[in-house]
Design a protein around this ligand. Structure first.
Ligand code: FAD
Ligand code: SF4
Length: 509
């Protein structure tokens, strides 16, 4: 009687009940497959970090007495497909039952459900024991509402789990939201904390990956890979974040600077998304730091909102709207990505920095993703699907359940406003306010038209002109339309002409 249990590459949770005690009748299967390296073109560090973390996890399980069959990318028996390998291994071990943890991506969920339905042995899907909410919980909570506000679900989860709540049922500090305290520009003080992550030498593994013919882009940094590759490393990174960065997380969470890559962000998304860390322990650690007086409430609330609020919320949107969500394009944008998305070689300093950093580190923080890269894609009219593929490939933390709602919904308004009450569009004024990017840029942030004018400006105003029919009735955009309509006719015409010229030659920017 042998059971085959599948562990996916983003299910590296040693605290899962599967691993409570070794069982000689259970074989745990892990596999490095071209199906997963090739469904989109990935950043080199993403492939390397996932494989290295999987290998570390398999070694840990073995050392605890679990049986593990690890199919490496260059294993001659590797069929390079999930179900091809599973079928072969069921035969090989004479397995009488199979099991897998609920996948977080729709594509794998479907593939495994279809495969399981055709099996001649029983196969069970079990909870992956990671999230606060069940897959369908957000959909049940929002019901038929046209707009799903993150804030509503977030408050419900705070109440339900008693996080940052007073005994009288009110939010700690008497407010749910400290966003107004959290929008400061960073001028170098307090200093950016040291990067706490260890550097791993995985040159040999990288050689194996490239020898196997796996394609990628971005810098592998294989001899100094800076991502946590097991739970112990993830926990020490969490601790370093709580101690050194969390106290300033809130104040500077929207700030950007040429002098700092991460500022006070946690760099925890990879560890969370491959499930080395549980969201509960990150939220609890932050709340405990506030209770102990080691971090201000505004900072802790800002962080808790990201993990308990946004992360659970986007997952709910994903499961409620898939598979159709992937194709939504409410604004009918269709321009291809400019060439510089693949090398960062643009004269726009904000984009050169945000994209260049993404290619070097497989990481950019939220405001770089949303208000620089995503903002440009939105106002320039880039295809949301092409952008989604880029985001899904480039970031170390990108898995479809979280990347898709963030890119298509939050950043590109492609779902027509299910996720965001208005498009996240901004001109150079926003980027100049929140960063030091504009000083030294070849473009002039205060100009709207002319060869040296910042491209964000004409594209911003023209975006609202182009989408007047859909957006003008939105009360949150009333001021924008009043400002647009106040511009002299000739200036509006010049903006339209400048935007069209920019859109016709985005590669040249
Ligand atoms: P911190 O700023 O320190 O935040 C703490 C944690 O909160 C993160 O680790 C993450 O788990 C969670 N979080 C914060 N914001 C979000 C959010 N909007 N949605 C879900 N979780 C959030 N996040 C991903 O994990 N994977 C993605 O593929 C991804 N793609 C994105 C694409 C776009 C266009 C945008 C605008 C955002 C995307 N995000 C994604 C959300 C967010 O930018 C990243 O989670 C964050 O930058 C990761 O860095 P950090 O760990 O330093 O986060
Ligand atoms: Fe970006 Fe425009 Fe500022 Fe240059 S001037 S950094 S393009 S916002």
């Amino acid at each position: 009687m042998t059971t085959l249990r599948l562990i996916l590459g983003d299910q590296l949770n040693p605290c899962h009940s599967w691993f409570a005690a070794p069982d000689p009748n259970v074989v745990h299967v892990m596999m490095e497959i071209r199906q997963e390296t090739d469904y989109v073109r990935h950043h080199a560090q993403k492939i390397l970090a996932v494989f290295a973390a999987m290998r570390d996890f398999a070694a840990q399980l073995k050392s605890q007495g679990h049986r593990v069959r690890y199919v490496a990318i260059d294993d001659p028996s590797n069929r390079q497909s999930l179900t091809g390998n599973l079928d072969a291994l069921i035969r090989h071990y004479g397995a009488t039952t199979a099991a897998y943890q609920a996948p977080d991506e729709w594509r794998l969920d479907r593939q495994l459900a279809d495969w399981a339905a055709g099996l001649s042995i029983p196969c069970q899907m079990t909870d992956n024991e990671h999230f606060y909410t069940a897959r369908g919980e957000a959909a049940a909570f929002f019901g038929p509402r046209r707009q799903w506000r993150q804030e509503t679900l977030y408050r419900q989860l705070r109440r339900q789990h008693g996080i940052l709540m007073d005994d009288n049922g009110e939010p700690a500090g008497g407010r749910w939201n400290f966003d107004a305290d959290n929008r400061q520009r960073w001028r170098g003080d307090p200093p950016e904390p040291l990067d706490p992550r260890p550097a791993h030498d995985h040159s040999l593994l990288w050689q194996t990956i490239t020898d196997a013919g796996v394609g990628s882009f971005g810098q592998p940094q294989a001899d100094a890979l800076r991502w946590p590759l097991n739970r112990a490393e993830a926990l020490s990174q969490l601790q370093a974040f709580i101690e050194h960065a969390l106290p300033h997380f809130g104040a500077y969470q929207d700030a950007m600077s040429l002098r700092a890559r991460r500022l006070f962000h946690s760099l925890l998304s990879f560890a969370l998304n491959v499930k080395m860390l549980n969201p509960r322990e990150t939220v609890d650690a932050a709340a405990a730091a506030w209770r102990a007086g080691r971090a201000p409430l505004a900072a802790v609330e800002g962080f808790v909102r990201q993990v308990l609020g946004w992360r659970e919320y986007v997952r709910g949107v994903y499961w409620a709207r898939m598979p159709g969500y992937r194709d939504c394009n409410a604004l009918e944008h269709s321009l291809p990505l400019p060439r510089w998305f693949w090398n960062g070689d643009t004269g726009m300093q904000c984009l050169a920095r945000a994209i260049g950093q993404s290619l070097e580190d497989a990481y950019a923080h939220h405001i770089q993703r949303l208000m620089v890269i995503g903002n440009f894609g939105l106002i320039a009219g880039l295809s949301p699907q092409a952008l989604h593929e880029w985001y899904l490939g480039v970031y170390i933390d990108a898995f479809e359940w979280v990347a898709l709602p963030n890119t298509l919904g939050m950043s590109q308004f492609a779902d027509g406003g299910l996720l965001g009450s208005k498009p996240y569009a901004g001109s150079a004024a926003y980027i100049g306010r929140m960063s030091d990017y504009c000083a030294g840029c070849r473009y002039r942030p205060k100009q709207r038209v002319g060869a040296d004018a910042c491209p964000f400006n004409a594209l911003y105003w023209d975006f609202f002109r182009r989408h007047r029919a859909r957006l003008a009735a939105n009360p949150r955009l009333a001021l924008v339309y009043r400002q647009l309509d106040k511009l002299p006719e000739a200036e509006r015409a010049a903006i339209t002409a400048r935007a069209a010229a920019l859109q016709a030659n985005l590669d040249a920017l």
